[in-house]
Design a protein around this ligand. Structure first.
Ligand code: SAH
Length: 341
């Protein structure tokens, strides 16, 4: 089996090219792989023919294969990607007026057992490699107008439980010689893995952070997100307070609204209290329903009422559902198992 080059950093590519090559060859290969989106090693025209041949005999670019593309009536595209071991994972492209958002996965399935999320029903199959994370971007991001692209690691999986690969992929995506994205345009979302929040904060090159809050009390959070038994809400909030934001950065908190469960005015006021003294903004997500999910979506009026209370104290937005008709919206990623009716 040829080894995949996708996901290798410059030092690893230098080794792949071999000790006889001048160092600039590895850089040319790096640029061709990521910025140039090369699909075939034999055709990287910046490299000499003998090196191309030598590389192609031992390595492959190593992109996942596109198994299916589902297209929504709102323009959203859900990519079902097949990995080299036959497992599948999802990536969602959401084109909008002045920007495109690409939602990528960090694991196959997810080990965190949130009761409102369909991905939880899969359990964890395995971590994605850095190459499989970067590969999703190379396959699904539109070639042109990269300046418009936002990447969110909010697909399948809990990114902070795969932090080394997530950080390595981030370095490649942000490197001007790699994919060349701005650090303001990539966000990682966590269910609240407290020790890894601090670790992320120490990384010199890192994405922005979003935290899935989803409840206003410890008891409710425990019920909705059993991970809270291990990582208490109080400790999560402390980790958020200690998190080293860059000057241009805010912490994002996501809050899934479940009808008559966590959507009252009192919940909204408690959310405000929890986030007092943080440089934060809130994204509200009305539940995207699914089979086997034992909750309902609140009425739009209730969502607006919740937002009005939070907005008195901090920026608060309602996340528009995208790709509901193709099971591409938040909490709906569950691969081919989810057939479209
Ligand atoms: N594991 C990470 C990354 C997933 S992000 C995390 O938990 O943050 C997915 C976002 O969608 C999370 O904020 C999650 O709370 C939200 N979500 C999950 N299921 C949902 C559903 N059925 N409807 C709306 N949002 C949901």
């Amino acid at each position: 089996m040829p080894q995949p080059l996708m996901g290798m950093d410059l030092a690893e590519l230098r080794e792949a090219a071999g000790p006889l090559q001048p160092p600039y060859r590895a850089r040319q290969l790096y640029e061709a792989l990521y910025r140039g989106r090369a699909r075939d090693l034999a055709r990287i025209s910046t490299l000499p023919a003998d090196l191309r041949q030598e590389l192609a005999s031992r390595y492959a670019v190593g992109l996942p294969e596109i198994a299916t593309i589902y297209e929504s009536s709102d323009g959203t595209r859900r990519y079902l990607l097949r990995l080299s071991d036959g497992r599948t994972v999802e990536t969602v492209l959401m084109p909008e007026g002045e920007r495109d958002t690409l939602c990528i996965s960090s694991q196959v399935g997810c080990p965190v057992n949130c009761r409102f999320c369909m991905t939880a029903l899969l359990g964890l199959e395995r971590n994605l490699t850095a190459g499989e994370i970067v590969g999703q971007v190379l396959l699904a991001a539109p070639e042109k107008e990269l300046g418009r692209l936002n990447i969110v690691m909010m697909g399948q999986g809990e990114p902070l439980l795969n932090l080394p690969h997530v950080l390595k992929a981030t370095r490649i995506l942000l490197d001007p010689a790699g994919f060349g994205l701005s650090p303001r345009r990539i966000t990682v979302s966590t269910a609240g893995i407290v020790p890894q929040i601090a670790e992320l904060g120490r990384a010199p090159v890192r994405p922005k952070l979003a935290v899935s809050l989803n409840a206003s009390t410890e008891e409710m959070r425990r019920e909705l997100m059993p991970i809270t038994r291990k990582y208490h809400l109080k400790d999560l909030m402390e980790a958020c307070k200690a998190y080293p934001l860059r000057p241009w950065e805010k912490l994002t908190f996501e809050y899934v609204l479940l009808r008559e469960v966590n959507d009252t005015d009192a919940d909204a006021r408690r959310v405000v209290k929890l986030l007092a003294n943080l440089n934060a903004k809130v994204n509200l997500i009305a539940l995207n329903p699914g089979p086997e999910i034992p909750f309902e979506t609140p009425d739009p009026g209730r969502v607006a009422g919740f937002q009005a209370i939070v907005r008195r104290s901090l920026p608060c937005f309602i996340r528009k559902p995208r790709g509901l008709d193709i099971y591409a919206a938040c909490g709906q990623l569950k691969r081919a198992v989810t057939q479209i009716g």
